[in-house]
Design a protein around this ligand. Structure first.
Ligand code: TRP
Ligand code: SF4
Length: 438
């Protein structure tokens, strides 16, 4: 199996995907630690993560952290896109700082759109909807990739530690892939890591909520972040805690800086072996590694490094389209767009594919399959806040007392209201866009 961020593959078996790619399970144990956890987090829609511990730790200890996403301004914004924004708005409500990249370089390289087209589109379609959905301007910054020199520079600079075979095996690039396309994952790495530059507040845990199609980019950014570290802190084979300098230059200086810092934070039994490029901390234990690592990461920018935290990510399931395949902008009948007229959306719901049995008789007798029902998915992802109400529909469906007609009617009413509300707010959003742009 391969994850290709630019194809429209329909991923179904998320548990298998998680195992195969080493994504961690995002379970109850995690979301229960969050204040007022959002429904997408509570209901298994967010099914996996990489490195979320850093984010939890920052939230619990009120330490700075940031959340970042990007949008490719091609195609209309539908309910699948809304999921990411719902998460941003949730995290903003608990104090997170938000950064949003408009991926116009990627849209140019992959979708063949001009910068003028993507600009208009990003403003009128995506950003207007984000504001209408409730994203606040405070602690929120939206920028265009093509206009952010730091992002582009970083992409170029960090590309040095990735070679062509890695790019080929990660993305399936071939001899005929155009070079702008080849460069676009590095620009995305620039997006993801630039928020840790001093100018943007310095090193901090960063959360990137994405669909699983973006995992190759996440892995690339995490690999790059790690390979640019100057120090590596680990437990050695003979069970000592060691700090190793990873570069070949300025080894002595770097060892001295680390030694000094380690003393400052209270370690006393420090043994430096310059030939091994190492410091062994005899009075440290495994549980100290995290703290030591963080402390050393902080001094790296002063000594020519970056000290990046590896970016964290959460992965959400994709929405099933109303026709049964993946929800996609290129198939308008499969998707509900945020700019759909409420009446249009209602019609799409009324003619959608449910998990109901073949006949009413059968349905009453054997019940329906909410797990395979797109109308149920609308409730689960977007329309019903109350977990009990949702649970009732689920069990009544299985028992055969809830009929598809009832569900469709209820879903289209709720959807109609939601879209009408967004429509009204979007009208006012247009004048507010400048408050968000950097
Ligand atoms: N590649 C993403 C997409 O296809 C867009 C994107 C650009 C992005 N930069 C990002 C997503 C940074 C998350 C983080 O939609
Ligand atoms: Fe879906 Fe409702 Fe029909 Fe059950 S009764 S299959 S939840 S539409």
């Amino acid at each position: 199996m391969k994850i290709d961020p630019w194809s429209s593959s329909n991923y179904q078996d998320y548990a298998r995907l998680r195992d195969e790619f080493g994504i961690e399970n995002f379970n109850e144990k995690i979301w229960k630690e969050l204040p007022q956890p959002h429904k997408l987090l509570r209901r298994g829609v967010i099914f996996g993560h990489r490195g979320y511990e850093l984010i939890l730790d920052a939230i619990k200890n009120k330490k700075p952290w940031t959340i970042l996403t990007g949008l490719m301004p091609s195609g209309r914004m539908h309910l699948g896109h809304k999921m990411v924004i719902d998460q941003l708005i949730y995290y903003q409500s608990i104090g997170a700082e938000i950064t949003i990249a408009v991926a116009d370089i990627e849209a140019y390289a992959i979708r063949n759109l001009s910068f003028k087209e993507t600009k208009n589109f990003a403003l009128s379609e995506f950003i207007a909807n984000y504001i209408a959905l409730g994203l606040k301007p405070k602690k929120c910054r939206i920028y265009f990739q093509s206009k952010n020199q730091d992002v582009k520079d970083l992409g170029y600079i960090l590309g040095k530690k990735i070679n062509w075979s890695q790019m080929q095996s990660t993305y399936g690039f071939t001899g005929s892939t155009n070079m702008s396309h080849v460069f676009s994952p590095l620009v995305q790495t620039g997006d993801i890591l630039h928020v840790q530059l001093k100018k943007y507040g310095g090193n901090k845990p960063t959360l990137v909520p994405v669909g699983v199609d973006q995992d190759p980019h996440i892995r690339l950014s995490r690999d790059i972040a790690k390979s640019y570290r100057l120090y590596n802190v680990t437990k050695t084979k003979d069970n000592k805690i060691g700090v190793f300098v990873k570069t070949d230059e300025k080894v002595k200086e770097l060892l001295n800086f680390a030694e000094e810092k380690l003393k400052q934070i209270g370690f006393k039994k420090i043994k430096k072996i310059t030939d091994y490029k190492a410091i062994y901390i005899q009075d440290a234990e495994e549980k100290d590694i995290k703290k030591i690592n963080k402390t050393l990461a902080k001094i790296e920018p002063k000594h020519g490094g970056y000290g990046f935290f590896q970016p964290s990510a959460t992965f959400h399931r994709f929405m099933t389209g109303l026709t049964g395949e993946k929800m996609s902008s290129s198939k308008p009948e499969s998707a509900i767009f945020l700019t759909d007229e409420p009446e249009v959306a209602k019609k799409k719901i009324m003619s959608s594919k449910t998990g109901g049995a073949v006949s009413l008789e059968e349905h009453k007798k054997h019940g329906g399959k909410p797990d395979e029902c797109v109308v149920y998915e609308l409730f689960l992802y977007h329309l019903i806040e109350d977990d009990k109400e949702l649970q009732n529909i689920y069990t009544s469906c299985k028992k055969g007392t809830q009929m598809c007609g009832m569900c469709k009617k209820y879903a289209s009413d709720l959807m109609g209201k939601m879209l009408f509300d967004i429509q009204e707010k979007r009208k006012k959003a247009k004048q507010k866009i400048d408050d968000y742009l950097s």
